[in-house]
Design a protein around this ligand. Structure first.
Ligand SMILES: NC(=O)c1ccc[n+]([C@@H]2O[C@H](COP(=O)([O-])OP(=O)(O)OC[C@H]3O[C@@H](n4cnc5c(N)ncnc54)[C@H](OP(=O)(O)O)[C@@H]3O)[C@@H](O)[C@H]2O)c1
Length: 269
């Protein structure tokens, strides 16, 4: 596996304002981060693992992972990409590893054969937490997961801010509050499309947005990330806006940072 380089001082300075800070809240500090093409796609097709970012931005991702207590992905990403969800930044220790969190309503993720558990067994990552829907049956954590520090966390699908557009899912504020209660002060949400699309529509839950833009178009068959359209007083408005924006070039990629704002741009009448 390719070694991860250390970021330079200008790269660290660029990211500084968007790194986790202490928040006096029942929610953790939330960073939404992902890599997209010029046509706002994050993969070539549903379930297709697609490398978009170059080695320079990979180093940034591992630097960011070092600064967060947890990394969260949706189950489709865990299944399609089989990601390691650990930190390989120089100097990262077993202790400083982020907690991998997979949101999996059923749950259906085969953690036993996952790279996450393989790395945990090698002491290169923490045991995964699997957030699932409470179902009125035995949902205790199996011994093979428990002994590696992993946990099944069943949560109610019915309280808090409703999660659009998928019904019957766990509200995102419930997920984030439960992480905070377990000592997670900062979480990096990394994908996939379903998760990003929903989170982009909830600016009140997100503190930082860090998007890698790769200089490529994936084409019309690719998986797009975009929040659901909105209207105000019957007129179309923008669905989400970034504010406090800053950008920096990492190799051939551009990294755009900002914060989600709640005010929309209205169409001219
Ligand atoms: N370029 C990038 O930065 C990047 C990063 C990550 C992933 N990806 C790509 O993204 C694609 C996968 O995206 P995806 O949209 O198919 O799936 P996804 O977002 O990874 O996972 C979606 C699934 O997670 C579960 N889930 C999400 N929110 C939930 C909630 N609030 N409560 C309960 N369960 C919840 C649901 O599972 P159920 O349907 O079982 O309920 C949902 O269908 C892959 O191609 C991957 O390569 C790209």
């Amino acid at each position: 596996m390719a070694e991860i380089r250390e970021l330079g001082s200008s790269e660290k300075a660029f990211l500084e304002a968007f790194l986790p800070q202490e928040v006096n809240s029942d929610l953790p500090f939330v960073t939404l981060t992902y890599a997209q093409s010029l046509d706002s796609k994050i993969s070539l097709g549903p379930g297709l693992r697609t490398t978009l970012s170059g080695p320079e931005t990979k180093a940034m991702t591992h630097f960011l992972r070092l600064k967060h207590d947890a990394i969260l992905v949706g189950v489709a990403t865990a299944m399609a990409d089989n990601p390691g969800l650990n930190c390989r930044y120089p100097g990262a220790t077993a202790e400083s590893q982020p907690r991998p969190v997979v949101v999996d309503s059923e749950p259906k993720w085969q953690y036993n054969s996952s790279k996450v558990l393989e790395l945990t067994k090698e002491g290169k990552g923490k045991g995964p937490w699997i957030i699932t829907m409470r179902q009125g049956k035995d949902q205790s954590t199996p011994e093979d997961l428990k002994k590696h520090g992993g946990e099944i966390i069943p949560l109610e699908p019915t309280t808090g801010i409703p999660t659009a557009p998928t019904s019957g899912h766990i509200p995102w504020d419930t997920i984030l509050k439960s992480l905070k209660k377990r000592g997670i002060n900062s979480v990096m949400i990394e994908g996939g499309a379903n998760v990003i699309t929903n989170i982009l529509g909830m600016p009140e839950l997100v503190d930082s947005v860090i998007i890698t833009i790769a200089p490529t178009w994936l084409g019309t068959g690719g998986v797009t990330v975009s929040p659901a359209s909105k209207t105000e007083d019957g007129k179309p408005t923008s669905a989400a806006n970034l504010t406090d924006t800053k950008y920096h070039q990492f190799g051939a990629d551009v990294v755009l940072c900002g914060r989600l704002e709640t005010v929309q741009m209205q169409a001219r009448s």
